[in-house]
Design a binder for this molecule. Structure first.
Ligand code: PMP
Length: 450
């Protein structure tokens, strides 16, 4: 039996309806180099999705990361993170140099886990400082924060939540901030209005019941939603006014994806908690981080005699050294190869190309994003903005794949945001590769346009 058939019979693929594999093989990927990836049949693809889920920021086939991991594993593969290791210490210091104002790194293994740690911190702070009252956490419609039941409890995407309830109590939704899909009509200060929507929720719930708000800097899977003008400043102002911690989920946008080290750094805000995962080691090892300010960290330092007051959390594999070893070398590559600069520059180049596609094809309703994190919203009519049927977006992605281009699609949705394609190539992308992405997209959109 060949490997593809063994896969078909034994592997349960993520986010997949397996009925479609009753009569065909699921994709099996075998090799990558730069932006290229090859499947088991030898077909070559240009990957504009960084591994399907915005992860491989430095590109495939990095021998120096593999070497750093190998050396570390031969020296010390694991020790519980109750103790330190040189590699985790060195990585944490380097990471914090890119995050002025932040002070401590808590290591775990996935974006969901990093967010769960943050929620636990917020809940424990509520108990320590506010008699348990200030325990609610706000999250935003269209944002995603992970796969566990509690992360889904803080996720504003019905397509991810349905059939998984009941959910963890204490998570409250605030409205989305997608200007293209404005809930308030065509208004000049949409950003301020959208941020004030958070304040309305706070006042309704009671400010003394709300401990934190978790937000993506740019909503990723929910439709590549870039924050409108003035939004972030207002959000920060409201958080300070009501003593609410600002937790930014940088799982997708962090580590250079948007052309800054972190998405929030475009907007001049100062978070209390930042969570990171995907690009931290570009998928060469599993690692995630919950990063806090010294002020948050200090809340957990108290009388050593007290047996409950410290952060009573542990994650076994937070002690794997492969993660920080890969992450340290990943950081060096991002810096030495000036990949943030490339992300900004090539992001603008791709965006200019997408704007041309928008001019040419009425089906391209909106293009948005920052750096190398770009979205293309498809509509039946640019005036009414009626979204295309989900099948159209699926078809575009499928035709691109046939032509050797991998692009992403944001999540299937019961709402209006089911129609956005996503480009997120490795930050090493060059002009020739960008041109190829644009030309295949142009071809496919021409083919499917009515
Ligand atoms: N936050 C965001 C913004 C994400 O997009 C994701 C994953 N797509 C997560 C958290 C969860 O990360 P993981 O799948 O590593 O648990």
């Amino acid at each position: 039996m060949n490997i593809a058939e063994i896969d078909r019979q034994h592997v349960w693929h993520h986010l997949s309806q397996h009925a479609i594999y009753d009569h065909k093989q699921p994709p099996v990927m075998v090799k990558g180099e730069g932006l290229k990836v090859w499947d088991i049949n030898g077909k070559e693809y240009l990957d504009a999705s960084a591994g399907g889920v915005w992860t491989v920021n430095v590109g495939y086939g990095r021998r120096s990361i593999a070497e750093a991991v190998k050396q570390q594993l031969e020296t010390l593969n694991f020790f519980a993170a109750t103790a330190g290791t040189p590699v985790a210490a060195e990585f944490s210091k380097k990471l914090l140099e890119k995050m002025p104002g932040m002070s401590r790194v808590y290591l775990s293994n996935s974006g969901s886990e990093a967010n769960e740690k943050a929620y636990k911190m917020v809940r424990q702070i509520a108990h320590k400082k506010y008699n348990g009252k200030k325990h609610k956490i706000l999250y935003r419609e269209r944002d995603y924060h992970g796969t566990t039941i509690t992360c889904l409890s803080s996720t504003g995407q019905e397509e991810r939540r349905s059939q998984y309830g009941p959910f963890t109590p204490g998570f409250i939704e605030i409205p989305h901030c997608c200007e293209y899909r404005s809930q308030y009509g065509d208004i000049a200060d949409y950003g301020i209005r959208a941020a004030k929507a958070m304040e309305e929720v706070i006042l309704k719930e009671g400010p003394d019941t709300i401990g934190a708000v978790v937000l993506e800097p740019i909503t990723a899977g929910g439709g590549v939603i870039t924050p409108p003008e003035g939004y972030w400043q207002k959000i920060q102002e409201i958080c300070r006014k009501y003593d609410i911690l600002l937790h930014i989920d940088e799982v997708v946008c962090g580590m250079g994806r948007t052309g800054a080290w972190f998405g929030y750094q475009h907007y001049g805000i100062k978070p209390d908690i930042v969570t990171l995962a995907k690009g931290v080691a570009s998928g060469y090892a599993a690692i995630s981080c919950t990063v806090t300010t010294e002020a948050v960290f200090n809340l957990f330092k108290s009388n050593p005699e007290d047996r409950e007051d410290y952060f009573r959390d542990i994650s076994t594999f937070g002690g794997c050294t492969a993660g920080p070893a890969a992450a340290l070398e990943n950081l060096r590559i991002l810096e030495d190869e000036k990949l943030l600069e490339n992300a900004s520059h090539m992001g603008e180049y791709l965006m200019a190309g997408l704007r041309q596609l928008q001019q040419k094809h009425p089906i391209v309703g909106d293009v948005r994003g920052k750096g190398l994190f770009l979205g293309i919203e498809l509509v039946n009519d640019p005036v009414s903005k009626e979204p295309v049927d989900e099948q159209v977006a699926i078809k575009v992605a499928g035709l691109c794949l046939e032509k050797g281009l991998m692009i992403g699609r944001t999540n299937r949705s019961f709402s209006q945001f089911n129609n956005t394609l996503c480009l997120s190539p490795a930050l090493t992308i060059n002009q020739e590769e960008a041109d190829r992405i644009l030309s295949i997209l142009d071809e496919v959109i021409t083919e499917i346009s009515p």
